[in-house]
Design a protein around this ligand. Structure first.
Ligand code: ADP
Ligand code: MG
Length: 245
């Protein structure tokens, strides 16, 4: 596969007070690649996602998106941020807006699309996540798995170049996890560039091009799922896998 970095972190460091939460992070996600990030709680996975989206400032280093260093602030940042969609553990849908409104709101406001165009596109995306029939419902009328699929459609509505997922299934009842993972697998097959923090090892094995294992703010391993799961190098990864598998 041609090397075509879409997201690239070079020597990224970040502290929270004394805590060195991201330590010399070097990471590349190529266009069309699916990178799964795993690691114990507190290892810096969420901070990594938020740093990539500039929801959190970094202390040093550079983050490139599609070859451009991420600006610190201002309109250039807003534009680049819109290029990276984010899906969180808590779906954060607007409770008083319909499913269709939730998906079409940001393209209307941020991308400056017309109402008809935004709604047409939103319906397409709802169909893609299997929820077209629920367009006029409110979030509370949907299951957790359905709400998370709406959140994915909402992220896609901005036509992002890449999607970041931070434990998208951790808040879901077990029987709903698969419907969300299946939508993510389909996105991967369609060529979406994705960075996915998850504890779903089945997804990592089947959908990831690479597995990145983090511990204590560092990337400890960055390998193919097959290599990682059959022969983890580090003691930290062996210990983690023995607990989770
Ligand atoms: P993970 O997602 O891997 O569980 P996080 O990135 O959420 O890890 O957190 C990494 C470390 O940074 C943890 O020790 C956490 O307590 C700390 N941390 C996260 N956010 C903040 C914050 N806003 N202020 C101070 N410490 C934080
Ligand atoms: Mg986290």
């Amino acid at each position: 596969m041609a090397v075509d970095p879409l997201i690239e972190l070079r020597d990224v460091n970040k502290h929270y007070g004394q805590l060195h939460v991201l330590q010399d992070i070097n990471l590349t996600v190529d266009r069309g690649e699916v990178v799964v990030v795993i690691g114990p709680s507190g290892s810096g996975k969420s901070t990594l996602c938020r740093a990539i989206n500039r929801l959190e400032p970094i202390g040093s280093g550079t983050i490139f998106l599609d070859g451009q260093p991420l600006p610190e602030e201002g309109r250039a940042l807003a534009r680049l941020r819109a290029d990276v969609g984010m899906v969180f553990q808590s779906f954060n849908l607007f409770a008083h807006k319909t499913v269709l409104e939730n998906v079409s709101l940001a393209p209307l406001k941020v991308r400056g699309r017309g109402k008809e165009e935004a709604e047409r596109r939103s319906r397409e995306l709802l169909e893609r996540v299997g929820l077209l029939g629920h367009a006029d419902k409110y979030p509370a009328q949907l299951s957790g798995g359905q709400q998370q699929r709406v959140a994915i459609a909402r992220a896609l509505a901005m036509d992002p170049k890449a999607l970041l997922f931070d434990e998208p299934t951790s808040a879901l009842d077990p029987e709903m996890i698969n419907e969300v993972l299946e939508v993510m697998r389909q996105l991967a097959r369609d060529g979406m560039t994705m960075l996915v923090v998850t504890h779903e090892m089945g997804f990592a094995r089947s959908a990831a091009n690479r597995v990145v294992f983090m511990a204590d703010g560092r990337i400890v391993e960055d390998r193919t799922p097959e290599e990682f799961f059959t022969d983890p190098h580090s003691a930290r990864a062996k210990d983690f896998l023995s607990k989770i598998l």
